[in-house]
Design a protein around this ligand. Structure first.
Ligand code: NAD
Length: 505
């Protein structure tokens, strides 16, 4: 392990200046593929946060007054830089998160698409109007930025989730303070550097680091107008409650327990590939990861067998600098232990471990192979709790109705998919399953940038979701104007210059 003095300190960005501060409290950033500490991250406290918010507040009037097309031009340039450094960004995501390079590339691509969406802001910001809403009166609405926005992001998409937020927020004329995950803050720093290179004025985008203390300082700061959060459900709820109690608009996306329903008529081969990719992609650390397979009727035995064969063949290993790996490590050793403990919970609760992914403890990488737990019941912990690792539970259901009931009993409501050849079953599922993002023969029904990320229940707190037009609405407030013009006095009736013929179009 490198000596502490040699380990780089992750900088904060405040008012256009990169600062390496090291307050009393700090954290470590690991490379999950090697188990080594690769950076130290400062845990900012209220004064650091106040400085970043003040910088954002000062930059706001100038940026809000910058024409939307000019703001978009900065984002076009940012997009160009991101595309140019695509491979570098993917490698950085792999280094600090541990996902495979292919998964990291997909993450950067999804993030790039958010910038493409934000570049369309001038069209999306247009208001509505209705001339002559009353005799001689015209009505119109315009969208205005809300002010300083804050973003608080999780470790599992260190590049994409920040890009879910700030490009749209700043395209709408807001300024931004990002608090990336303290477990994976390096990609966010690189994004900040590229934004500067793209020509973004100082103070429009700022970065602070830390844990609860730093987040609390943002949530109570009077100059923060809006908060976007993505993370686990308990923290999402806390952020929503605290932020709204302090008068802010908040969108808070939480955790998940995603169901994949397999009907007896499904294409087994295709379904198994899709299920495995959904459950084990990013080592199960995705809010849209398939977590519970609901096998309907006679498909259960062949499904579990085929899943076991497929998952057992996945190449598990360190990902940093390697392409020949299907599944990488999880974020931390403690997380590995927490996830692996669910296999003991499964046995205690009477389920059957059909594939045990626990690996010999000697490797330094935080590796855990794919696991399958069969004969899980809806009231067991494996069915109810978010595991956030490569463990797929299988619930056996008698009918589609019973599968829908499994969904009804889940407190979450992010994603769910059905695998079938039957249009009626697909339609019933789409209409009635208790989740906000639905897939039909799709393993991960995650919407792309142009559509909202519509989590339901405990998977989302707020009203306007992240991505798509809803995000434009979240980052703007409307102004409605009614206009009436009177003729210019008695003279105008006699002066031909002012004369009009009412009714002419
Ligand atoms: P997390 O909730 O632990 O952390 C998310 C953010 O909250 C981080 O920036 C962290 O510093 C901060 N935080 C942590 N504890 C806090 C506290 N007590 N008070 C205030 N802030 C706190 O989540 P994570 O482990 O980084 O990420 C994984 C979670 O994120 C999973 O639950 C996953 O489902 C969820 N997630 C959801 C979505 C979605 O769109 N719904 C997307 C990605 C991840």
């Amino acid at each position: 392990m490198a000596a502490i003095a040699e380990i780089d300190v992750v900088p904060i960005l405040s008012g256009g200046r990169w600062l390496k501060v090291m307050p009393q409290r700090s954290g470590e950033v690991y490379n999950p593929s090697t188990g080594q500490v690769i950076a130290r991250v400062p845990f900012c406290d209220a004064p650091d946060v106040a400085e970043a918010v003040a910088a954002a507040r000062n930059a706001w009037p100038g940026w809000a007054d910058t024409p939307a097309v000019d703001r978009a031009r900065v984002l076009f340039q940012f997009h160009h830089l991101l595309a140019e450094r695509f491979e570098e960004l993917a490698a950085l995501v792999t280094r600090e998160h541990g996902k495979t390079l292919a998964e990291a590339r997909a993450e950067v691509q999804r993030g790039l698409e958010m910038v493409e969406f934000a570049c369309g802001a001038p069209s999306l910001l247009m208001g509505d109007s209705l001339p002559n809403i009353a005799p001689g009166v015209d009505a119109e609405t315009n969208r205005h930025p809300v002010g300083v926005c804050a973003g608080i992001t999780p470790y599992n998409f260190p590049c994409m989730v920040p890009l879910w937020m700030f490009p749209t927020a700043i395209a709408c004329g807001n300024t931004f303070v990002l608090k990336p995950s303290e477990k994976a803050p390096l990609s966010a720093v690189r994004l900040g550097e590229l934004l500067q290179q793209a020509g973004l004025p100082p103070g429009v985008f700022n970065i602070v680091h830390g844990d609860r203390q730093c987040v609390d300082a943002l949530l109570v700061h009077p100059d923060v107008a809006a908060v976007s959060f993505v993370g686990s459900t308990p923290i999402a709820k806390y952020v929503y409650q605290t932020g709204t109690a302090h008068g802010k608009r908040v969108q808070a996306a939480g955790g998940a327990k995603n169901h994949l329903i397999i009907m007896p008529d499904a294409d087994l081969d295709q379904s198994v590939k899709a299920l495995a990719a959904s459950a084990y992609g990013c080592a199960g650390q995705r809010c849209m990861a398939g977590s519970v397979a609901v096998a309907v009727g006679r498909v259960a035995d062949p499904l579990v067998e085929a899943l076991r064969a497929h998952a057992g063949g996945l190449r598990v290993g360190p990902t940093d600098g390697r392409e020949d790996v299907d599944m990488g490590p999880v974020i931390r050793r403690e997380h590995l232990q927490r996830v692996a403990a669910y296999l003991d919970v499964a046995v205690d609760e009477g389920a059957t471990v059909a594939l045990d992914g626990r690996l010999p403890p000697e490797n330094d990488a935080f590796l855990l192979g794919p696991s399958i737990v069969d004969r899980v019941k809806p009231d067991m912990r494996l069915a109810r709790e978010e595991i956030f690792g490569p463990v797929l539970s299988v619930i056996r259901a008698e009918s589609l109705e019973a599968a829908l009931d499994v969904g009804r009993r889940s407190p979450y409501g992010n994603g769910a998919s059905i695998f079938t050849r039957d249009g009626f079953a697909a339609r019933e599922f789409k209409h009635r399953f208790n989740a906000g993002m639905i897939g039909v023969n799709v393993g991960v029904p995650a919407p792309m940038a142009w559509f909202p990320f519509t989590g339901w229940n405990q998977s989302f707190f707020g009203d306007l979701h992240i991505q798509g037009v809803e995000s434009i609405h979240f980052y703007t407030r409307q102004k409605m104007t009614l206009t009436r013009w009177f003729g210019s006095g008695a003279d105008s009736h006699h002066d031909p210059v002012w004369k009009t013929r009412r009714g002419d179009q």
